[in-house]
Design a protein around this ligand. Structure first.
Ligand SMILES: CC(C)(COP(=O)(O)OP(=O)(O)OC[C@H]1O[C@@H](n2cnc3c(N)ncnc32)[C@H](O)[C@@H]1OP(=O)(O)O)[C@@H](O)C(=O)NCCC(=O)NCCS
Length: 195
């Protein structure tokens, strides 16, 4: 496809290193490993994510996903990363800065998922800590937001240990797993002390 001959996503956005992890932009060559990990983690992830389309784990859907990521990146609307384990390059999860708002807001929303075999190894803590300076110093955002379902103990703990403060409670905020669900709202500001 002409699209993939002309665009090298990694040239648009360099990798980010964290403690034991590497964050880099997704490529078509990641498809098999990505689809296998998502399938293996399906029952773990689906309660916390928007409903997966029937074709979500197909190659053509992944191609559309990459195309959307490139468009978002070029428009400064979003930045998608895969999280790799530094020691062996294994794909462990993903993290996205989405809904970038410039102008008077200078804000963005962070979203993330960890593959089931890799949860509770500290990889998401490392990934989120690594992306914070990227968001504030490189992208010059002022505010990073995140939202999670109150019963999502892992996500609540992750946000609180990485310096996000709880700011509110939004009713039926996002449609997750097919249901409009209340969410806790968190944010971290540019000048918050490092954690
Ligand atoms: C939330 C999520 C990304 C955390 O990933 P992770 O790689 O396990 O995170 P870490 O290992 O860095 O752990 C972060 C903290 O959360 C804690 N934690 C993780 N899962 C937990 C759980 N199920 N219950 C309680 N605490 C949990 C860890 O113990 C750690 O805290 P600690 O350092 O005080 O021990 C992962 O559980 C996940 O993908 N969940 C399903 C999808 C999801 O929730 N997406 C986000 C929607 S808002």
């Amino acid at each position: 496809m002409a699209f993939f001959r002309t665009i090298n996503f990694t040239e648009l956005l360099p990798s980010i290193e964290g403690d034991g992890v590497l964050l880099r932009t997704p490529q078509m060559t990641d498809f098999e490993e990505w689809a296998a990990l998502r399938e293996q983690s399906r029952d773990f992830l689906t309660p916390w994510e928007p409903t997966w389309p029937d074709d979500d784990l197909t190659r053509s859907s992944f191609r559309r996903r990459i195309k959307r990521y490139v468009e978002d990146l070029r428009a400064d609307q979003g930045y998608a990363f895969l999280i790799l384990r530094y020691s062996d390059g294994a794909l462990v999860g993903g993290l996205t800065l989405a809904n970038i708002r410039r102008g008077v807001a200078q804000a963005g929303s962070v979203g993330y998922w960890m593959g089931l075999p890799f949860v509770r190894h500290g990889y998401m803590t490392a990934a989120l800590r690594a992306v914070v300076p990227f968001a504030f110093a490189t992208l010059r955002l002022h505010r990073l937001e995140a939202a999670c379902i109150p019963s999502n103990a892992g996500s609540v703990r992750l946000l609180e240990k990485t310096g996000f403060l709880r700011e509110g409670y939004a009713r039926e905020y996002l449609c997750i797993n097919g249901i409009w669900q209340d969410h806790l709202l968190y944010a971290r500001l540019k000048d918050a002390p490092p954690v």
